[in-house]
Design a protein around this ligand. Structure first.
Ligand code: ATP
Ligand code: MG
Length: 445
């Protein structure tokens, strides 16, 4: 993409309403625009990141055997009356009347809708286990929408629902979700810690939240810092293997890690003092096992192998896709701007032409642009007729992990500069080597 033809409304001034760094940088980098409190338009650059995160979530869910679908944003109140949550949900629910006076609502979550789909179509244990999910906009009329996309009213969420014949099978679904979530966050370049949590209005027996440590996080967290050494790495997990999944879960849930809602001082004191840490965290996901709560209330049952009718065991599992955009910035930035992890960067490489209109420089840029593009890499080419300083600071703010700088002086010596946004390290290499280096970096991911 040539910057001169893109829509990237970068702001020079720091917007006064933005109190945390991710919100400031998202506004300044032209990623979002507020349309009303807690409701945002995703401008082209922000939209690209949102889609990259969504893609990782889809890929990891499908690897775990979970099936994608799409449910509507607007739901009928009747289903929520069946589960008893229409009144319980309170003012966070946006209630709407259609032209015939029917009560509708903008879905804050989808347990009722999915249970209705399930009971309409599934009646035998032979169709289980089943996990369906979608990635769809949600609306919660939060008391205090703030911090940009971190606490919006309209937000983008992956929510998945498992249906299992019994408790053990549902616990395997829970474990599968935990593993696939850990994998997703890791791929986004994030360290998200599973923490024992409180089940809140969804209700349930077992639940973990996933938290990214950040000073600006809304949750207070307490943890054994040895959990930060854990990583799934490239290790493959067989999602059909109950023991293997449960081993991973055991490993990740053994070190003490809790939010203030479930924090237990006596247990925490058993962690060696040098490992006892408390800080703040951003909730980027949560998984729940809630047994037969919704299936009992809404009559979602199947025949078991003895021909008896039994309520299915369910769980629900959410990832805050739009919140993750902010959370990734909170965890990856410096005083100059964002530093995108390679997996979610809006463009793979920035290209700066120091002397637009110089025949050699224009030609070298075009060669780099075409070569990288033909490998499927996305380049943001700053081809504007602007001062070099302005181009550098824009690139720093946008935070593309790699950049190539092309100028007439370097070209005289046959070189361009390749630099890493994260380390600030640069090297001078030929045009061909620069292209090769960027391709190699992305091939290794
Ligand atoms: P919170 O405690 O932050 O209000 P929650 O526990 O009510 O969130 P869940 O129902 O667990 O939220 O939703 C799943 C995920 O959706 C959360 O882990 C979070 O990442 C994201 N999410 C929830 N509410 C919002 C919001 N208002 N804005 C952006 N993302 C949100
Ligand atoms: Mg939650």
């Amino acid at each position: 993409m040539r910057l001169s033809r893109y829509f990237l409304p970068v702001l020079k001034e720091t917007p006064s309403e933005a109190r945390i760094v991710s919100h400031r940088y998202m506004l300044r980098a032209g990623m979002i625009k507020q349309s009303s409190a807690g409701i945002y338009s995703w401008l082209p650059l922000g939209f690209k990141v949102l889609k990259k995160i969504e893609k990782i979530v889809h890929e990891e869910q499908e690897k775990a055997g979970h099936i994608p679908m799409l449910m509507p944003t607007i739901q009928s109140a009747d289903l929520w009356r069946e589960s008893g949550r229409y009144d319980d949900y309170g003012d966070e629910m946006l209630r709407i009347k259609d032209r015939s006076g029917r009560d509708m609502l903008y879905g804050p979550t989808n347990e009722e809708l999915i249970t209705d789909i399930f009971r309409s179509h599934v009646s035998s244990y032979k169709d289980l286990p089943l996990t369906l999910y979608h990635i769809q906009w949600k609306f919660r009329d939060e008391v205090r929408p703030r911090f940009g996309v971190m606490r919006g009213r309209e937000f983008y969420m992956k929510d998945g629902y498992n249906f299992d014949i019994d408790h053990d099978s549902a616990i395997h679904a829970y474990n599968r979700h935990m593993v696939s979530y850990l994998r997703s966050y890791e791929r986004m370049g994030l360290k998200a810690i599973p923490m024992r949590a409180d089940s809140g209005p969804i209700g349930g027996e077992d639940t973990h939240e996933f938290l990214v440590l950040a000073e600006t996080g809304e949750s207070e967290v307490f943890y054994d810092d040895r959990i930060l050494d854990l990583s799934l790495g490239a290790e493959a997990v067989d999602y059909d293997n109950w023991d293997e999944c449960s081993e991973v879960v055991k490993k990740w849930t053994s070190p003490y890690a809790r939010t203030n809602e479930t924090h237990d001082n006596a247990l925490f004191d058993q962690v060696p003092q040098e490992h006892r840490k408390s800080s703040r965290g951003i909730e980027v996901g949560q998984i729940f096992y809630f047994g037969t709560k919704y299936s009992d209330a809404m009559g979602a049952s199947v025949q078991n192998s003895n021909g008896e009718k039994v309520s299915v065991h369910m769980g629900s599992h959410g990832i805050g896709v739009s919140r993750l955009v902010g959370a990734i910035i909170e965890a990856n930035h410096d005083e100059k701007g964002i530093i995108w992890p390679e997996e979610v960067t809006p463009f793979h490489c920035g290209l700066i032409n120091l002397r637009q209109g110089d025949e050699q420089a224009d030609l070298a840029c075009q060669t780099i642009y075409d070569s990288l593009s033909s490998f499927g890499l996305e380049v943001l080419y700053d081809d504007r007729d602007e001062r070099a300083g302005g181009k550098f600071s824009t690139m720093d703010l946008l935070g593309l992990p790699w950049r190539i700088i092309v100028g007439p002086r370097g070209l005289k010596n046959g070189v361009v500069e390749v630099g890493s946004r994260r380390t600030g390290q640069t090297e001078e290499v030929s045009v061909e080597e620069a292209v090769k280096k960027i391709i190699q970096i992305y091939q290794s991911i």
